[in-house]
Design a protein around this ligand. Structure first.
Ligand SMILES: Cc1cc2nc3c(=O)[nH]c(=O)nc-3n(C[C@H](O)[C@H](O)[C@H](O)COP(=O)(O)OP(=O)(O)OC[C@H]3O[C@@H](n4cnc5c(N)ncnc54)[C@H](O)[C@@H]3O)c2cc1C
Length: 573
């Protein structure tokens, strides 16, 4: 059953598992654990059901969901030295689906090297690409593009599944620029076509696979609305915020503390109640939310907790550290084609025409996220960058930078038509952290992704912008691309200024609860995602990812949660 608030809920009811947070990690885990009728599962979520707003469902409207909305925790970063001390939005979804309710729907897994790095860093081969491919597939429900076109050559079916839960599809509405993007892959050797960037080999330019099911956003909620919705052994508690995990004392070994309780209150504060899991508490509050809860619980770096007068229950120095994120900036090209999104966004009649078509049968211009093609590319081997830096990527199959080809701006402009080309550093070296500066668990955590702290990350974005200019100099764009709207910087120095003044997070935080080998004295979780030095507590969210893939992160989070659920089921079989 679903309970709208703590007031409607019987706090004495017993559960085997309590899962905190209904995003990609938590919703997947709740669905899979409740498949076992012998397990009772409670999923606790700070936000609401996120139902009934078409903006959530219409893929093209994804950019309107953050920042500063009802669906966002509305965090900002700390002042970022690498961004000339700017404070930038750090959107994080709240409510069923978590960040998958607000994300931009791009489905990317990263390269084989990226996922193999998880196995290497955790000492568990189960996290390798070869083993994880089954879990990527298990989470995925590939569906045909909405316009019914033959997608042969736009993806490789053997790497996909039609039997999973989360919708994935190739673009279902063509833009005029699509043909030119494809033509460029034939005209310029530097930018080859990649048939399927989710095949373990990602480099090249290819069709975007988006988190869409039958023309509608597919979010982690789809794990809860299917068969799980009618299971008696799964309860969902909404508008309830978890402030701490607590311990009743030592576990069966007489030494290690067992953390089987959570403290909850209504989403805005108020009376605190304690809920108990007989088997495990599973934290899935995300790469920001989970370390926030742990630190307030007294699990973290001892000296730091002491400085805030928080009782140290477990000295676990890596909690909240190693925050890794992608960083990027857009260059907007002025085009003389009118068939871009700009013409629709500023024309109410046209906008409503397409929205009505979407409402009628989920077809037309609004069925996709705002790009039909993306690129995952490497800085050339002969670049002078490599005279001063080592390759920061996870291996030769992994991109250094990403572009997404947006046919127009998603925001209102009075005139003009554009191609927007966000360019991101996707193998970043910069590391930041999630921290707290108060004992009030309702205060926002301090989010410091430390964007562009490392010079190489900035230089990769710089070279990605320059590569974009080479791309649009191809014959395919003759007479179409007229110039740049907002960048125009040429020298290293001017480009650097442009980047530091305009770059933003790409919203892919990971590694704040990183897994590490069982005997490592760093890391937060073991390879089975149990929290080190305690009992009864596990983490299943993007935070456990030990190395950020060169990819948008929901695919990884879904897949890791699928494996985590198998590990948990096996542990209690
Ligand atoms: C604006 C934006 C755009 C993105 N674009 C893409 C994209 O195009 N493609 C892609 O693959 N990924 C994208 N991502 C990233 C992707 O959505 C995340 O990597 C993924 O959702 C992480 O899953 P998670 O389970 O770790 O956390 P989340 O999905 O964030 O879920 C965490 C949940 O925990 C809840 N929670 C937190 N704290 C508490 C608490 N104290 N008590 C109770 N509940 C709590 C939250 O409300 C939330 O529901 C984007 C993210 C954002 C924010």
């Amino acid at each position: 059953a679903t309970f709208e608030s703590l007031a409607d809920f019987d706090a004495t009811k017993a559960y085997d598992f309590i899962i905190v947070g209904a995003g990609a990690g938590g919703s997947t885990t709740a669905n899979r654990l409740s498949e076992n009728p012998d397990f009772s599962v409670l999923l606790v979520e700070a936000g609401g059901a996120n139902d009934g707003d078409i903006t959530v469902d219409v893929p093209l409207l994804c950019t309107r969901l953050t920042p500063n909305t009802l669906y966002d925790w509305n965090y900002t970063t700390t002042a970022q030295p690498g961004l000339n001390n700017r404070v930038v939005p750090f959107p994080t979804g709240i409510g069923l689906g978590g960040s998958t309710t607000v994300n931009c729907l791009v489905y990317t897994r990263g390269s084989k090297n990226d996922i193999d790095a998880w196995a290497e860093l955790s000492g568990d081969d189960g996290w390798s690409w070869d083993n994880m491919l089954q879990y990527f597939k298990k989470s995925e429900r590939y569906n045909d593009p909405r316009d019914g076109h033959d997608a042969t050559g736009q993806y490789l079916p053997e790497f996909h599944s039609r039997d999973g839960v989360i919708g994935v599809s190739v673009p279902g509405y063509p833009y005029a620029i699509d043909k030119r993007v494809m033509a460029t892959t034939e005209q310029l050797e530097e930018f080859p076509f990649r048939e399927d960037m989710n095949s373990g080999e990602q480099t090249g330019i290819g069709y975007v696979q988006a988190l869409v099911l039958d023309g509608k956003r597919s979010s982690a909620k789809d794990h809860l609305t299917g068969p799980a919705a009618s299971r008696d052994n799964l309860d969902i508690l909404l508008h309830t915020r978890v402030s701490r995990v607590t311990s009743d004392g030592s576990s069966s070994d007489g030494e290690t503390l067992s953390f089987n309780n959570i403290e909850v209150s209504s989403a805005n504060g108020g009376d605190v109640q304690t809920l108990t899991a007989s088997k495990e508490v599973i934290l899935s509050a995300g790469a920001v939310g989970t370390p926030n809860i742990l630190l307030h619980s007294g699990i973290g770096e001892a000296a730091f907790l002491e400085s805030l007068n928080i009782d140290v229950l477990v000295d676990l120095p890596s909690v909240g550290k190693n925050l890794t994120d992608h960083i990027g900036v857009s260059t907007t090209y002025i085009v003389n084609e009118t068939d871009t999104l700009d013409s629709v966004v500023r024309n109410e009649t046209l906008f409503n025409y397409w929205l009505d078509q979407w409402k009628a049968n989920q077809t037309g211009m609004f069925v996709d996220t705002s790009e039909n093609h993306a690129a995952f590319l490497r800085i050339a081997d002969n670049s002078s960058l490599w005279e001063s830096y080592e390759d920061p990527s996870s291996g030769p199959l992994t991109a250094h930078y990403e572009w997404i080809f947006q046919s127009g701006l998603s925001s209102y402009t009075e005139e003009g038509n554009y191609i927007n080309l966000p360019a991101a550093c996707v193998s970043p070296l910069s590391r930041g952290n999630v921290s707290i500066n108060t004992t009030d668990p309702f205060a926002p955590p301090l989010v410091n992704p430390n964007l562009l702290a490392e010079e190489l990350d900035m230089k990769i974005v710089r070279e990605a912008i320059r590569a974009g200019r080479r791309f649009f100099a191809a014959p395919a764009w003759d007479g179409v691309v007229l110039g740049e709207l907002n960048n125009n910087a040429e020298s290293d120095e001017d480009l650097e200024d442009y980047i530091r003044n305009n770059a933003v997070s790409f919203f892919h935080p990971v590694s704040t609860s990183s897994m590490s080998p069982v005997d490592a004295d760093y890391g937060v979780t073991n390879p089975d995602l149990t929290v080190k030095k305690v009992k009864g507590l596990r983490i299943v969210d993007a935070g456990v990812i030990p190395r950020l893939p060169a990819a948008h992160t929901s695919a990884s989070t879904y897949a890791l949660a699928e494996r985590a659920a198998d590990l948990i089921k096996a542990a209690y079989a």
